[in-house]
Design a protein around this ligand. Structure first.
Ligand SMILES: Nc1nc2c(ncn2[C@@H]2O[C@H](COP(=O)(O)OP(=O)(O)O)[C@@H](O)[C@H]2O)c(=O)[nH]1
Ligand SMILES: Nc1ncnc2c1ncn2[C@@H]1O[C@H](COP(=O)(O)OP(=O)(O)O)[C@@H](O)[C@H]1O
Length: 394
């Protein structure tokens, strides 16, 4: 294992060590020959920045940083978890979540390194407490009724579901609003954002680019809702190959004639676009039905019947509608901790609480033994509980 460099802050201008990182709120954690320095950047709204010292080469590296960055005003603690990630626990007010993971050698990071010609890459993933419900991916040919079914679901259960607003380079239709139905963008901007690692998946569909940004899914999860993605079969395949664990649903038309009728009746496409969509529908249907990619295939013959079957799949057909909100029974993480230690899979925070003018110490345990997901999405499955003493923590 490499030794951490003499403590100090790297000055990108000077390429030299300046002062003690602790005095600037910077943490350092070592995995193998690399030490990861994580500290806030006051020039960039207090986002946490990452730089790496490679002990074997004696070089400092500024990695490509993927994912949304955490923000911290009051400091943080960092501990390694296995050989592939660092857990970062923020102090102070953190409306967007207190637990973050910096992946340094996960499958996703290795893939991204390869795509970027071997450059050093790290990726942030926000931590999710408890096991939030899986996102729902809905695919199917144009005009089959995906949007109609999703709208019905969102109208009936607005507090349970949130729609992942995709980016697209196609022109808006009459009634479509930017930021609501899609984020309308152009090809060069979207290609640059894809290059910057801002998208969970993207595909060229009917001659335009479409993609789901990491942020689109995060916004829904931050709202404590279950995310619905309306994406094509290529996008569904990318999501399936990623760390995101989702429910995959494919919607089929009763016949090609009925599909054509619905597309024409919608009246949103030109004749040329309708013909292109119908041509593409054949291949989509074949892949959707036979690829084994989808967990459920629904025939949208009669709308109400199809909607009922969709609700059944999602466990919404009973009298008691389940509370799909994120685990509300979880212990709240206090805004400050005084020390952090690691015991196997468990991270223990020592916290001081001030109540009725009395201060007491307690231990908050973050159990990471059943983590799921990870960058480019969330890392879910953290269990949080209180403990009276270290001896109770197995
Ligand atoms: N891969 C991918 N496909 C998307 C995304 N957003 C929409 N699509 C798909 O793009 C296709 C065309 O969508 P759209 O232009 O809205 O037409 P519509 O399906 O006829 O309503 C549909 O199959 C959508 O499911 C996305 O973010 N990623
Ligand atoms: N089961 C159905 N029967 C008849 N028309 C339907 C049905 N489901 C949807 N439609 C209609 O078909 C058209 C296409 O539906 P839409 O939801 O826009 O499809 P998609 O989002 O899959 O492209 C819309 O005009 C919609 O009202």
């Amino acid at each position: 294992m490499g030794e951490a460099p003499s403590v100090g802050l790297y000055d990108p201008q000077e390429e030299s060590v300046l002062d003690d990182p602790k005095s600037r709120g910077e943490s350092s954690t070592t995995i193998g020959v690399k030490t990861y320095f994580i500290g806030r950047n006051c020039n960039e709204g207090h986002s946490l920045e990452v730089r790496i010292f490679n002990d074997s080469t004696g070089q400092w590296v500024h990695p490509v940083v993927l994912g949304s960055k955490p923000y911290s005003c009051d400091g943080h603690s960092a501990v390694t978890l296995g050989e592939d990630r660092v857990v970062v626990i923020l102090k102070g007010s953190s409306p967007l979540g207190r637990i973050w993971f910096l992946e340094v050698d996960s499958n996703y990071v290795r893939e991204q390194k390869k795509l970027r010609g071997g450059s050093e890459v790290v990726a942030w993933s926000k931590g999710g407490i408890g096991s939030a419900e899986k996102p729902i991916v809905i695919s199917g040919p144009s005009g089959v009724g995906k949007g109609t079914l999703i709208s019905k679901l969102m109208e009936e259960f607005p507090y349970l579901f949130g729609f992942s607003v995709s980016h697209t380079t196609r022109a808006p239709r009459n009634m479509e609003k930017d930021g609501v139905h899609y984020h309308f963008t152009n090809k060069s901007v979207m290609e640059r954002e894809i290059e910057d690692g801002k998208f969970l998946e993207y595909a060229s569909v009917h001659g335009n680019l479409y993609g789901t940004s990491i942020e689109a899914v995060e916004v829904v999860a931050d709202d404590g809702k279950r995310c619905i993605l309306d994406i094509d079969v290529q996008g569904a395949r990318s999501v399936k190959a990623s760390s995101i664990d989702a429910v995959f649903i494919f919607i089929c038309p009763p016949s090609m004639e009925e599909l054509e009728k619905r597309l024409r009746a919608r009246g949103t496409e030109t004749e040329e676009q309708i013909l292109k969509r119908l041509r593409n529908a054949e291949a989509e249907l074949q892949q959707g039905v036979s690829s084994g990619l989808f967990d459920h295939i629904l025939y949208n013959d009669n709308l109400e019947g199809c909607y009922s079957r969709l609700k059944k799949i999602l466990g919404l057909d009973g009298e008691v509608v389940p509370d799909l909100k994120q685990d509300s029974s979880a212990v709240e993480l206090p805004s400050h901790h005084t020390a952090v230690t690691k015991r196997g899979d468990k991270i223990v925070l020592e916290c001081k609480t001030e109540e009725l003018d009395k201060s007491s110490e307690n231990l908050i345990v973050l159990d990471t033994s059943a983590l799921m997901g990870g960058a480019p999405g969330r890392t879910r499955g953290i269990q949080v509980y209180e403990s009276d003493s270290y001896s109770d923590i197995a």
